[in-house]
Design a protein around this ligand. Structure first.
Ligand SMILES: Nc1nc2c(ncn2[C@@H]2O[C@H](COP(=O)(O)OP(=O)(O)OP(=O)(O)O)[C@@H](O)[C@H]2O)c(=O)[nH]1
Ligand SMILES: [Mg+2]
Ligand SMILES: [Zn+2]
Length: 342
């Protein structure tokens, strides 16, 4: 039996009202007005670690939350033992409205969405320049996911000691994505500070293939915290999925939510094999292209923006926007129809 399973939920031991169903449940339930605010740092199956004021508290979902998921980055309301003392367990009674939701599916046909992170405002798309080889298709997919979710993308190119960054940077130049190029050695030698300035005042989720150096980066950014990093397999060129759960860590400075101007949160996540985009709404993606968006008013209904009648061709031909931008937008939108890994 799973430790965190239904039958061990502490709410179950409460005696149920005998006239169950005769009154709306909300009247029976306490209102939790005295609940404390928390910020979810990590979720390990049923054990949810939250920051409450300056204490780290272990909690589990209260039964009344039902199937509603709690993910890293969530703001939650907690009741119960909030001392943070060993072996105590608080209960999460509410998940506050999320300002953003980063989702992915296992592949494009997978109807099951997993929420990767809540409330992030920046997506650091981490790509190694070599070992493992960069896969622009995955970068494109992460960009689409970021635009769809309303997160600002940040391209982080690691392992600059192994290969030059120029070819990739050229590909992404028309998109105007902010970028930073790093290497492990340079991170230790002041480079971390350069990356940190791009993260201040924000909640940044780090995503990418296994072995690209997400944890190496996060360890350099948050030196007082060390997570394990893993070798890249010399034969397959793949990482070993060293990180198995997402974890939010505060940049040096005050650890609070929302993050202070001179601080921030970084969220290390497990390496992904793919980034399925079953749930993407193209109109939300175009929203991230304010120079092109006005040109879509003359598009046919439900235009995929890649068809002969698409008004964006004329918009660009008339000089309203850079053709390279339209080209990049179309490549991103088309990434949903293509397979990853090519
Ligand atoms: N040459 C070189 N190796 C690096 C660099 N950054 C990280 N590595 C190495 O790449 C390997 C993988 O790094 P991790 O930080 O564990 O990668 P990750 O993205 O967290 O991987 P998962 O947790 O599996 O998703 C480790 O052996 C790191 O030491 C770099 O800039 N240059
Ligand atoms: Mg890792
Ligand atoms: Zn169109």
């Amino acid at each position: 039996m799973r430790r965190y399973g239904k039958h061990t939920d502490e709410d179950d031991v409460r005696v149920r009202p005998s006239r169950r169903g005769s009154r709306p449940r909300t009247h029976i339930r306490p209102k939790h007005e005295d609940a404390a605010e928390g910020f979810v740092l990590t979720v390990d199956r049923g054990r949810i670690t939250c920051l409450v004021e300056d204490r780290t508290i272990i909690a589990m979902k209260a039964r009344e939350l039902g199937r509603k998921g709690v993910v890293v980055g969530d703001r939650v309301a907690l009741v119960g033992d909030l001392s943070g003392a060993k072996d105590t367990l608080a209960r999460i009674v509410r998940v506050e409205e999320r300002s953003s939701v980063l989702r992915r599916t296992a592949d494009d046909n997978d109807p099951y969405e997993r929420v990767v992170v809540a409330n992030a405002d920046q997506l650091a798309i981490v790509t190694a320049l070599a070992d493992p080889e960069p896969r622009p298709r995955l970068i494109d997919r992460c960009l689409v996911a970021a635009y769809d979710a309303g997160l600002e993308p940040l391209l982080v190119l690691t392992k600059a000691d192994l290969a030059p960054a120029d070819p990739l940077l050229e590909t992404y130049a028309p998109l105007g994505v902010r970028h930073v190029v790093t290497s492990r050695e340079e991170l230790a030698d002041g480079g971390a500070e350069r990356v940190r300035t791009m993260l201040l005042g924000r909640i940044t989720a780090f995503v990418g293939h296994s072995g690209v150096g997400k944890t190496t980066l996060v360890n350099a950014l948050v030196p007082e915290h060390r997570r394990a990093t893993g070798q890249v397999n010399a034969v397959t060129g793949r990482g070993r999925h060293t990180t198995t759960s997402a974890l939010a860590l505060p940049l040096p400075g005050e650890a609070s939510f929302p993050p202070p101007e001179d601080g921030g949160w970084v969220i290390d996540t497990p390496g992904v094999r793919s980034f399925g985009l079953n749930h993407i709404d193209p109109s939300r993606v175009i929203h991230a292209f304010p120079d092109l968006e006005p040109g879509t008013v003359d598009c046919p209904r439900a235009c995929g923006h890649d068809e002969p009648d698409c008004a964006l061709d004329d918009w660009v031909a008339d000089g309203h926007a850079d053709p390279a931008r339209l080209h990049s937008l179309r490549r991103l939108l088309a990434t949903r129809e293509r397979h990853e890994g090519d």
